[in-house]
Design a protein around this ligand. Structure first.
Ligand code: PLP
Length: 394
């Protein structure tokens, strides 16, 4: 007899959107939802045990990126860290200049912060990327002005996975009086990162992308960096981020960072093996498609493919009916089908921009799951193409 209440097996390939909480992270958090409930600002026993837990987490996060613990500030998300990086740096350093450089393919938390800063009188240059999604470093060099105070270039793109030339940018900015921020939300835990070796001044981390809980992030801020808070209050986090600390969340991020550090090498191997298998399997069985993003220089686990003559949203929904979770770059609104601004900046043809699917593989995916996707996808694409008025059926 079949169990009617059994949950259908889901194949989760949307790990760039979020990841499941690691069981060891869950175990680490639970005591802080039960007995260890103190406020870290309190000087009594309960407060101090919570404070110690935060300081342990700070060490764990610092170790993951080669920083020292006092360079880590906990925030409420990757989005908040990016807001703090941009707004905090420019407001503190505006006496030196009013120019910021970023790229056209940043996450919205950077792009919309930059847009808001423009309304406040700051000048922003948005760098181009090439067809693989790599930032133009020569353009960056040309765009530097005496008034430039901050360069913000993401470590790896969330949609197409392309890794940016962070080392070269850090090297170039090293001797200049310009802060270098990188949004490393998609890179942390998938690429070895050492802020010292890469000459990074400020770096964004989000917990839920590395098997930690949602609603907690961190910002690495190199010692000596001049930065203002954007949230004012009781002065927690060395006055940089007021508000009673999210102790369970911070403990979870710390544990997730520790696991990410300990398993980095094996995780990279696992993700690369599964991505290659998926990419090869899809290209072997489906015609008229392209891989988006840099063919080699990409974060392990990201496979972004555009299928000609289909809408990404239809593919995503059909896969969902089969229990396979992925995401698409195109967002359907009632009035228009908006293609991804990232693919647009990469100069993709319209026919490819609409049919993009991002498979983002995670630690907990298996070869068997990838085999199922390779078996399921060709029929979905074939059926959708059969309905397409622009697909030449002959
Ligand atoms: N930056 C990048 C590159 C991201 O992919 C994301 C989330 O998708 C964020 C920032 C925002 O992180 P959070 O969801 O923690 O606000």
């Amino acid at each position: 007899m079949t169990d009617k209440n059994a949950t259908p097996k889901i194949i989760y390939l949307d790990n760039s959107a979020t990841t499941q909480v690691h069981p060891l992270v869950k175990d680490a958090i639970i005591p802080y939802l039960e007995n260890l409930y103190g406020n870290p600002s309190s000087l009594h026993t309960k407060g101090q045990e919570a404070k110690r837990a935060i300081e342990t987490a700070r060490k764990q996060v610092a170790t993951l990126i080669g920083a020292t613990p006092n360079e880590i500030t906990f925030t409420g998300s990757g989005t908040e860290s990016n807001n703090l990086a941009l707004k905090g740096i420019v407001s503190k350093n505006k006496n030196r200049g009013n120019h910021i450089i970023t790229t056209k393919i940043e996450h919205k938390s950077i792009l919309n912060s930059a847009k808001w800063l423009e309304t406040e009188g700051f000048k922003v240059t948005y760098l181009n990327v090439d067809k693989n999604g790599t930032v133009d470093i020569e353009q960056l060099k040309k765009e530097i002005r005496p008034e430039t105070i901050l360069v913000s270039v993401m470590f790896a793109n969330n949609e197409v996975g392309t890794i940016q030339p962070i080392k070269e940018i850090g090297e170039f900015l090293k001797d200049k009086d310009i802060y270098f921020h990188t949004d490393a939300v998609q890179a942390v835990g998938k690429i070895p990162i050492n802020t010292e070796e890469l000459n990074i001044d400020i770096l964004t981390i989000s917990s839920h992308k590395i098997h930690g809980p949602k609603g907690v992030g961190a910002l690495y801020i190199r010692n000596g960096t001049k930065i203002n808070p954007i949230i004012h209050g009781g002065g927690q986090e060395k006055e940089l981020r007021s508000g009673t600390e999210n102790v369970p969340g911070i403990v979870g991020l710390g544990k997730a960072a520790e696991i990410a550090k300990d398993t980095l090498e094996s995780n990279i191997k696992h993700l690369n093996m599964l991505s290659k298998k998926l990419e090869k399997g899809i290209f072997k069985s489906i015609p008229e498609l392209i891989l988006n993003g840099h063919p080699e220089n990409r974060i392990p686990g990201n496979v972004n493919i555009s299928f000609k003559y289909v809408e990404g949203e239809s593919v995503m929904l059909m896969l969902d009916c089969e229990g396979i979770c992925v995401s698409t770059g195109s967002a359907c609104t009632s009035k228009s089908l908006k293609p991804s601004y990232v693919l647009n900046a990469m100069g993709k043809e319209i026919v490819f921009m609409h049919g993009s699917i991002r498979f983002s593989i995670g630690t907990f995916n298996t070869e068997e799951e990838i085999d199922t996707v390779i078996k399921t996808l060709p029929t979905i694409i074939k059926n959708l193409r059969a309905l397409s008025p622009i697909y030449n059926k002959n």
